[in-house]
Design a binder for this molecule. Sequence first.
Ligand code: BGC
Length: 426
Amino acid sequence: MKISSQEFLANQGLAASGIDAPAVLDDFHEEMAHGLAGSDSSLAMIPTFITVDRPLPADEPVVVLDAGGTNLRVATVVFDRAGKAEIMDFAKYEMPGISAEISGADFFLQFASYLQPVIEKSKKIGFCFSYPAEITPDCDGRLLRWTKEVKAPDVVGKYIGKGLLAALGLKGSGRRVTILNDTIATLLAGKAIGGGRYSSYMGFILGTGTNIAYIEQNSNITKRNDLDVSGSQAINVESGNFDKAPRGHLDEVIDNSTANPGGQKFEKMISGRYFGDLSLLVLQTAAREELFSRQTGQCILAIKELAGRDVDDFLGKAKKSVLADSVFNVDDREYVEELLYGVIDRSAKLTALNLSAAAIKSGAGRNAEYPVCINIDGSTYYKTTDYKRRAESYLAEILGARGVSFDITRTDEAPIIGAAIAGLTQ
Ligand code: BGC
């Protein structure tokens, strides 16, 4: 008798049921506290100097850049008096440093050339930069490290706003670049649609990468001594680097195959950039253990690459897909499905734990009339088969038991809208 898919996943250390939720929450909170205190932690807990209480000027254009996972987007944005955004001059390019390594100078020149056509539209530039960057009180950002397989090593340690203005030849021109993370932009976009109904705001991304932002009291950010202790601000947690979630051997195999082994361990367990790779590794390991018929096993072992999209095609019963072409009987099909849903379910539970850790840490949502607004962006969250339902059911279970009320919201173009708000208000 072959072992069940659940036993196989448990043996591999990949079963959602094997994750001790209270223990992971405690670990998150401990790492968050260390990060805020400036002691050793896998969570950078970056103060952003962004607050959610500033009025949004109407009829004033702002230039927006959005450097996220695989794409780089440029636009100008204007809000009307009702706060409705109009996005204009939209253009999309490939993110420099993804398909080939690029030098620091060329990196900034590429960005400058993409910005050139719209640069005269406003003196204010909101730049959603979705990588770990330390933020200065005037909202420039110094890149701490690359994630999501970007290869531009000379840019590490550089100020992104200053570098961009220098490449544009616009230093000292009175232009102002506001750098913010995509989770912060998403948080701000949630605030813009949520109004004052909520006791606090969070921004969560699950796409190519993953990360979360929430609002923290300045008095808890003890690593800085220049903050008004009666205030609060958005914190970029950089949760993709969390290193206390229980990993299986295959997570280590994935990690070792990346551009930054040992970094972004949590991200590599749950985000879209690695989801196809991990799924394929799980299926091929099962094939090696002869858990499929011989023909299916051989075909699965011959697959060279699997994308998240291929997994969705298979689970969505698309007639033709890499996996459908490799699976030859009903039993194999069921087993493959169970394994894939197993990978999805573990990711959904870890996402729910990440969301819960930040919601609890915010201290908000204790009165059901004023929930926490959790604005979520990212294609992996919304497009992976049955992901959203699973994550939100884990979330309701974990936060419900702790008396924290929340609403999940979604805004169109959250990174662009949030970057526009920050560019105009901060
Ligand atoms: C980056 C974060 C970003 C997240 C989602 C991660 O790889 O480190 O800064 O917010 O991806 O885009």
